[in-house]
Design a protein around this ligand. Structure first.
Ligand code: SAM
Length: 301
C-alpha cells in the first residue's frame, strides 16, 4: 500500500504524533508533520523552516506560521497574480514585494506580455531554502525577465520611481515582525505613487475570520488611497491557513479599470494552455462576491 511504501521510506510518517500549529490567541490550524526537518535556520528576521506534511507535502513555515505547501500553494499563487493581470489587460512591468518562495513570480512570468518583474524579498534565506527544497514553487528564479533584490520592500517602495509599474503585488507575511510595515498607510501611499496612472495593486489581505482588524484596516487604507469604488476584496480558499478563508485586496488606480471585468474567452484559453488548477473566469467573478458579514465588516465605519 501507499502507506506501507511511505513508512518504508520515512519510518514514523503516519504514526509519529508531531504537529505543527499556526495559532493566534483563540484558534489554531494544525498540520501533522512527518518529523522530517529539511531546513531550520533562524535569520535576523525570522525562523525559516521547511517541514513535511503527509497530506500537503513539504511546506515553508516562517516563525510559527504556515506560508506555503506543495499541495495547496496554487490556490494562493494563481489568485494573487492572474486576476489582476487579466483585469488590467496590458501589464508589462511588475513589482513584487516579499514572495520569497517564488510562487508569485512563477505565475506572473507565465504571461508572455510581461517584460520585467522586480522582486524585493527581505530574507535571502527564504529564497535559498525554497530553491533547495521547494523547486516546483521556486521555479522561475532563473527567468531573464526577473530582477531579484534581497532587501526591505518598505524602503524600496519609498525610493521607487513614480508612475513606473503596471502592477504591484505585496506578497508579504502576516503583520508581525518584518512584515508589520507592509500594512502601513505610508507604505501603500508609496506603492500608489510608484504605480502608473492605470496601475493595479494587489496585497495579501489576511482573513476576515482570523485577522479581522488587519483585514478591515487594509481595506480602509486601500480605499483611502485609491478611492471608493476602486478598492476590491477577492476571497479564496487556502486549506492550510487558519480558517481556510483568505483574501487578496486590490486597488485600481484608474476608475476606468473594473477589477471584475475580464475577457472570459482569453482567460479560459490561458487556463487551458497553462494547466491552471484554481483560477478560471468564473472564479474571477465569484471571488468578488462577498458574504454579508464581510460586507458589513467593510462598511462598519
Ligand atoms: N503566502 C504567504 C502567506 O500569506 O502566508 C506569504 C508569502 S511569504 C513568502 C512572505 C515573504 O515576505 C517572506 O518571505 C518574508 O521574508 C517577506 N517579507 C516580510 N517582510 C518584508 C519586507 N519588509 N520586505 C520584503 N519582504 C518581506
Amino acid at each position: 500500500s501507499r502507506q506501507k511504501a511511505d513508512e518504508w521510506v520515512n519510518p514514523g510518517m503516519y504514526t509519529r504524533n508531531v504537529w505543527f500549529t499556526d495559532k493566534d490567541e483563540f484558534q489554531a490550524l494544525s498540520l501533522r508533520y512527518t518529523g522530517e526537518v529539511y531546513h531550520d535556520v533562524t535569520t535576523a528576521y525570522q525562523r525559516v523552516r521547511i517541514l513535511e506534511s503527509p497530506k500537503y507535502g513539504k511546506f515553508l513555515a516562517l516563525d510559527d506560521m504556515v506560508m506555503t505547501t506543495e499541495n495547496d500553494e496554487f490556490h494562493y499563487h494563481e489568485m494573487i497574480s492572474h486576476p489582476a493581470i487579466f483585469a488590467h489587460g496590458n501589464v508589462k512591468n511588475v513589482l513584487v514585494i516579499g514572495g520569497g518562495d517564488g510562487g508569485t513570480v512563477r505565475e506572473v512570468l507565465r504571461h508572455s506580455g510581461i517584460e520585467k518583474v522586480t522582486m524585493v524579498e527581505i530574507d535571502g534565506e527564504v529564497i535559498k531554502a525554497c530553491k533547495q527544497h521547494l523547486p516546483d514553487i521556486a521555479a522561475a528564479f532563473d527567468d531573464p525577465r526577473l530582477e531579484l533584490i534581497v532587501g526591505d520592500g518598505i524602503s524600496f517602495a519609498e525610493q521607487a520611481t513614480h508612475s513606473s509599474y503596471d502592477l504591484i503585488i505585496v506578497d508579504g507575511s502576516d503583520p508581525v515582525g518584518p512584515a508589520e510595515g507592509l500594512f502601513s498607510v505610508g507604505f501603500y501611499n508609496n506603492c500608489y505613487k510608484a504605480l502608473k496612472p492605470d496601475g493595479i495593486l494587489v496585497a495579501q489581505g489576511e482573513s476576515p475570520k482570523f485577522n479581522e482588524a488587519a483585514f478591515t484596516d487594509l481595506h480602509d487604507t486601500i480605499e483611502g488611497l485609491f478611492g471608493k469604488g476602486n478598492a476590491y476584496v477577492s476571497l479564496f480558499y487556502v486549506p492550510t491557513y487558519p480558517t481556510g478563508m483568505w483574501s487578496f485586496q486590490v486597488g485600481t488606480k484608474a476608475s476606468a479599470t473594473d477589477f471584475g471585468h475580464i475577457d472570459a474567452a482569453e482567460v479560459e484559453a490561458f487556463v487551458q494552455a497553462k494547466g491552471l488548477k484554481y483560477y478560471n473566469s468564473s472564479i474571477h467573478t465569484a471571488s468578488l462576491a462577498l458574504p454579508n458579514f464581510v460586507r458589513q465588516l467593510l462598511q462598519r465605519k
